[in-house]
Design a protein around this ligand. Sequence first.
Ligand SMILES: Nc1nc2c(ncn2[C@@H]2O[C@H](COP(=O)(O)OP(=O)(O)OP(=O)(O)O)[C@@H](O)[C@H]2O)c(=O)[nH]1
Ligand SMILES: [Mg+2]
Length: 401
Amino acid sequence: MMPLLGVVGKTNVGKSTFFSAATLVEVETENRPFVTIDPNVGVTHVRKRCAHVELGLPKCDPVDGFCLKGWRFIPVKLVDVAGLVPGAAEGRGLGTKFLDEVRKADALLIVVDASGSTDAEGNPVPPGTHNPAEDVQILLNEFSGWVFSQMKKDWKSFVTKVSTMGIRAAEAMKERLSGFSVKEREIIKAINELSLDENLAKWSEEDLKNFVRKVIELRPKVIVANKSDSDFAERGIEMLREAYPRTPVIPTSAAAELILRKAAKAGAIEYVPGDSSFQIIDEKKLTEKQKKVLKMIEKKVLERWGNTGVVQSLNEAVFGQLEMVVVYPVHDANKFTDSEGRVLPEARLVPKGTKVKEFAAQIHSDLAKGFLYAIDARTGRRLGADAEVEDGMVIKVVSAK
Ligand SMILES: Nc1nc2c(ncn2[C@@H]2O[C@H](COP(=O)(O)OP(=O)(O)OP(=O)(O)O)[C@@H](O)[C@H]2O)c(=O)[nH]1
Ligand SMILES: [Mg+2]
């Protein structure tokens, strides 16, 4: 399952720059509100130590994603949408356009301007004058306001239907929210935390509003504290961490990552996305000005924060928030290859707790239909249908089909 991450946030904070840095797809970016109108969709990668290293193999042959210096880059989908301003749920700015495009995202990357140099409407202001935590609150409010307005449509007839059929609130909400990528356990958690009635007919409008707010609050999300190359970023990050102690806040410079990836692509530097340093390998490909910019990135970003934060944000969303693990399916459990002799061709992202047979079904439905057992290729151990896959496992499925 390739997860979809939604890049969301106020207008003019660097969402498209983040998208471009992560995917190397050229998109429009500019220091003014509402540059992006139609969504940008692309593929980016999370980064994880590759199994070929631990297995002592000289290399691997990825058919999807790539492997660099022992780091496996595994594809995930990314969508960059129009920015938001307060009142969007009622149609201000570009209104709810962005909301409809991110409702299916498995996790949200909430991009904020940690340097505090854009006001609530996305207009440039002196650095350090705007509190970025306010923008997170506005985003969550607008998101839940919009979901609430969607839920209210035909609400009465929906409630009548489910209560005459005796369907409980959690079950009913699962159906009602099916287009919003909300997990059942989030629904149950919200109902329990708010002590809401099992019978939807007993819910007041206030109950529904609180429920929606809670569900949105429980969504997997990461706060991307962008523009952390700015001298004013420390304060902004502090304010974000104070306001959102339970959400990961990742100091990020999307602009720096974009420059590093482009320079690496041009062959001027060696840089593995997510690393804490880079090396200049071809001075001739760099102008004096570019060299200065690279020095700045070293000082203001890499030495200060340890990395640019782009890969770290993606990793936090997928491995931290969505709790996914990486599993390598193979055909030959001794050589760790597929039927064409490629070493560890695939690295698949699956939710933690996935059963071996479910994993087989994801590779091919026939594999699951004729499922006999699987082999943990590292240990040679047999795995039954109900065994849970583990992070980094290399698996051969043995099937009668
Ligand atoms: N200093 C600094 N500036 C950045 C960074 N990332 C983006 N910017 C600048 O912020 C401005 C807005 O960038 P965009 O990527 O267009 O922002 P957006 O959030 O997509 O904006 P809209 O699509 O208009 O909502 C541009 O001038 C970027 O160059 C960063 O990491 N550091
Ligand atoms: Mg944009």
